[in-house]
Each structure stands twice: as structure tokens, then as C-alpha cells.
Design a protein around this ligand. Structure first.
Ligand code: FES
Ligand SMILES: [Fe+2]
Length: 434
């Protein structure tokens, strides 16, 4: 039996290697982390009309998310109440009913059991009202982002997001029409524990200049780059204005916070206006005043962040993408990745953003390949038996956390692991609670 209590030191700075490979730890996580946390499922733009649905998983549990006749979003376990089969086999679509492929029980899209073959003869006394699809205990949205929770007693999604919503807004609340996903979903598997992507995007700025140096070097040598020597500029803008933030419930991320008199161009989403087509820059310039107005005087000075909503949702603001690392075993994750754009942006802007995402953090993207390789090697390195007694070190810049005068959460320098420490402390607190 693993002693969960001892896997993370009280300050979060030492974390046992078991977290990245152990079967027993993984099984317990399904119950205590994935059975209790709010998990990202999809975006409201995927199910605009009544009857539209998509399928996904909460942890490992298959679910159907559907827009009901009442306009509300419902979630059911995608598992027949007769013998457990997945009653919906499609990724998405529009349907009034889901019919089980085994014996043909019929479920309305709101989950009710509405019929089955030979009903009069075989099931004349069945109380159909008791045999509908099992509902996902809670389904709630935040500005278009749909989350589900298997725990009926969980705090509300808004309370769960807490201070993180402040940072999230810079991404999803820039325009009146909100956001939408474009181009469907990319899915791929990595032989890495789900905590690797979460940890990477909760505030691991440290790896960027080193791990991604091939692409950073290319950018530095580009004639568009202002650095004439083509020298890797380290962390650039983010070194000067960057701040990492850890929020309650294990969430956190990294962003840039600009001074009041910063040029509006700096706060435009994405990277390097010099490499974007003029019509894309023109769009961002045009909507910046609207975003400033909506976000207000403080929030409008932060740039779209890279962040993790614990446990598995990450947003990479600079490349307009949003992703989940679904757990698929102690040493495997399935990444689902989408492109997130302003709904009312012109088509050419959406097209450009999709291309930029594909080049950087799409499944074959330059940055993505660097990261995926590292995560797999961490997962592999964690399970070396001879190193079992040597925890991983998360002590970078310990003690340098501070309360920021204008930003919520606990802030710290970008070269710090305080967001990871907070994430693993949250993991620990969930895991020790029966
Ligand atoms: S398993 Fe679904 S109808 Fe029998
Ligand atoms: Fe990275």
C-alpha cells in the first residue's frame, strides 16, 4: 500500500516519483481527483442547437454532453443502464434518441429510457423512469467553457475557478460575442502521465528558452527580429513583465502584466505583431478598445496567459489554443486540443490563427514536439527503481512568492516553481481525503 500522505512534502517542494507511474496512485486519482474536480468537457459553440451533442470523457468515464430542448446543457454517462455499453458511438452530431447497439434500449437525448424492443412482452412491469442514463451530477459553463463534475456536492464552477477567472477572462471575455472553437478537435496520445502537461502549463516558464531553443533561435535569426546578432534573447518581454500566479484549488499560470502607459499593441493577444499579416493586426488593433472596456483598467493590462485549470484543462493564450490531457493509464494521456477564437472575428483572422496554432502547438507543432518528448522522458525516468527514494525537486525560488497589489492569487517571479508546488499540494489534499 502506498502511503499517500508522504508523497508530497508539506510545502510541495519535494514530490515522490510515484506520482508519475504508480498504478495504485492512478486508480485512487480516478476517484479522488477525477471524481471530485470540475473537468473541462467542451465549448458551447459545439452544441448550439437543441439535440446537438458531443461525446468525451470525465477522467476515464465516457459521457455525452447534449443541448436539451430547454436550451440547457445536460450530461449523461455514455453507458447503457442494461449492460453498460456506450449508447452513443459518434464524436458529435444531432439526435433525438440514442439506441444501444446490444439489445436496442432507446434513450431520449435528455437521458430518459423511452423504449426497447419487445417492450410489452419482456418489460411490461419495468419502471422506466428509474432506468434512464445516469446523469453527470453537475454540468456548468463559464463564458462558453463547459465543465462537468461527478460530485453532486462540489462547490459551484465559478467558486472552483476562483481567482483564476480573472486571468481566464483575458482570453475568453474580450468581445461581446465571446469565443468559439474552429476546425474540430485534434487528439493524440503521449506516453506521459496526465500531470506532465498540467505541470508544464501551470507555470513552467523555466523550460521554454532551453527546451524550445531550436525554434527560439530561428525566431531570433529572423530578419524580422530586432536583435541584429541573432542571439537567443532568453525570455524576452516576459522576463521584464512576466508574473506567475498560483490560485486556490491548484490552478495557476503565467502572464505578462504591463504598466498603465504600455502601448496597446503590447497587450494584443498572440505573439510578435511583425510576423502577422496586416489584416490580422488590423483586427486586433480594432478590437483592443472593446477588450479594454470589457476587461476594465487592471485586467486589460494582462496578456492572454498560459494557464492550467486543475487538473487537466490548459489554455495557451499566446497561440489561441485550449486543451485537455485526459488520463489514459498511469503512463499515458490523450490530448484533445482545439483552436479558440473570437466568434465575431473575420474568417481570414480565424484561418490565420488556425495555421499559427498548427505550426506551434498543433500535434506536429514545433513547440509541441519538444514538450511531448520531455513529458514522455519524465514519465520514463520517474519509474527507475534505483531512484525510488529520490523525490523530484520543486524548490525553485521558494520564499519569493508575494501578494501583488493589483493581481489576484499568490504571485511570484516567472523563474519559480511556486505554481507547481501549489498544484501538488492541492493534489495531495484531494488524495488524502477519503
Ligand atoms: S446492453 Fe444496452 S440494451 Fe442491453
Ligand atoms: Fe513548452
Amino acid at each position: 500500500m502506498v502511503d499517500i500522505e508522504k508523497l508530497v512534502s508539506p510545502d510541495g517542494s519535494l514530490v515522490s516519483r510515484r506520482l508519475w507511474f504508480d498504478e495504485e496512485v492512478y486508480r485512487l486519482e480516478q476517484e479522488r481527483v477525477f471524481g471530485r474536480c470540475w473537468l473541462f468537457l467542451g465549448h458551447e459553440s459545439q452544441i448550439r442547437d437543441p439535440g446537438e451533442y458531443f461525446t468525451t470523457t470525465i477522467g476515464e468515464a465516457p459521457v455525452i454532453i447534449v443541448r436539451g430542448k430547454d436550451g440547457k446543457i445536460h450530461g449523461h454517462l455514455n453507458s447503457c443502464t442494461h449492460r453498460g455499453l456506450r449508447v452513443c458511438r459518434s464524436d458529435s452530431g444531432k439526435a433525438a434518441n440514442f439506441v444501444c447497439p446490444y439489445h436496442g434500449w432507446i434513450f431520449a437525448n435528455d437521458g430518459r429510457l423511452v423504449g426497447m424492443p419487445e417492450q410489452r412482452e419482456a418489460y411490461s412491469d419495468l419502471d422506466m423512469s428509474k432506468w434512464g442514463l445516469i446523469p453527470v451530477a453537475r454540468v456548468e459553463s463559464y463564458k462558453g467553457l463547459i465543465f462537468g463534475n461527478l460530485d453532486a456536492n462540489a462547490i459551484s464552477l465559478r467558486d472552483y475557478l476562483g481567482d483564476l477567472a480573472f486571468y481566464l477572462d483575458a482570453q475568453v471575455d474580450r468581445r461581446e460575442g465571446g469565443t468559439e472553437l474552429v476546425g474540430g478537435v485534434h487528439r493524440w496520445r503521449v506516453k506521459a502521465n496526465w500531470k506532465m502537461p498540467a505541470e508544464n502549463m501551470v507555470g513552467d516558464v523555466y523550460h521554454a528558452a532551453w527546451s524550445h531553443q531550436s525554434i527560439v533561435r530561428l525566431q531570433s535569426m529572423s530578419p524580422l527580429n530586432s536583435d541584429p546578432d541573432g542571439v537567443i534573447s532568453g525570455y524576452g518581454d516576459i522576463q521584464q513583465h512576466g508574473v506567475n500566479f498560483a490560485c486556490a484549488n491548484g490552478h495557476g499560470g503565467t502572464t505578462r502584466f504591463y504598466p498603465v502607459d504600455a502601448h496597446p499593441e503590447q497587450r494584443m493577444p498572440g505573439e510578435a505583431p511583425e510576423i502577422r499579416p496586416p489584416e490580422v493586426n488590423e483586427y486586433f488593433r480594432r478590437v483592443q478598445p472593446e477588450a479594454d472596456e470589457r476587461l476594465g483598467p487592471v485586467k486589460s493590462r494582462i496578456k492572454g496567459a498560459t494557464l492550467t485549470v486543475f487538473p487537466t484543462l490548459s489554455i495557451l493564450g499566446s497561440v489561441f489554443t485550449i486543451r485537455v490531457a485526459h488520463p489514459r493509464g498511469p503512463q499515458e494521456s490523450e490530448i484533445w486540443s482545439w483552436v479558440l477564437v473570437d466568434r465575431d472575428a473575420p474568417q481570414e483572422v480565424k484561418d490565420y490563427i488556425r495555421g499559427y496554432y498548427t505550426f506551434t502547438f498543433g500535434p506536429g507543432g514545433t513547440f509541441e514536439s519538444d514538450d511531448g518528448e520531455n513529458w514522455e522522458q519524465v514519465t520514463e525516468g520517474a519509474r527507475i527503481a534505483a531512484a525510488a527514494d529520490h523525490p523530484f525537486h520543486f524548490g525553485m525560488s521558494q520564499g519569493k512568492e508575494y501578494a501583488h497589489a493589483e493581481l489576484p492569487g499568490q504571485c511570484g517571479p516567472i523563474l519559480s516553481e511556486h505554481t507547481q508546488r501549489a498544484m501538488y499540494r492541492q493534489w495531495h489534499d484531494l488524495m488524502v481525503k477519503p
